[in-house]
Design a protein. Structure first.
Length: 104
């Protein structure tokens, strides 16, 4: 499933690489969720992740031994969308999808 290429790159074989893409962009979306104000947060984050993923794939095409893929970009966007949707639904269900700070 994973193999070490050279001494620095870790290669994850298909189809597991799409899961890694979705997980990383989903995690990044969750972190940014708490950092942005509430107005249009879902759409702004989804657009940001789509542009970030597109830029990542574009610049990756210039790296030796790497390729860019629309499917990788799509996995980025889907991972972000899934986590953001979960956060929106959790908030609507009465859950607290916000960071709560306790006063001591």
């Amino acid at each position: 499933m994973m193999e070490l290429q050279g001494s620095t790159a870790l290669h994850v074989s298909a189809p597991w690489d799409k899961l890694v893409h979705a997980s990383v962009y989903g995690f990044l979306s969750a972190l940014l969720w708490w950092g942005l104000d509430r107005k249009h947060r879902f759409w702004r984050l989804l657009a940001l992740m789509a542009v970030l993923g597109m830029g990542h794939e574009y610049f990756q095409s210039y790296l030796p031994g790497r390729t860019s893929s629309v499917w990788d970009w799509l996995a980025d966007v889907i991972g972000s969308w899934m986590v953001l949707l979960f956060l929106v639904l959790a908030k609507r269900k009465g859950g607290n999808a916000e960071v709560v700070y306790a006063d001591n």
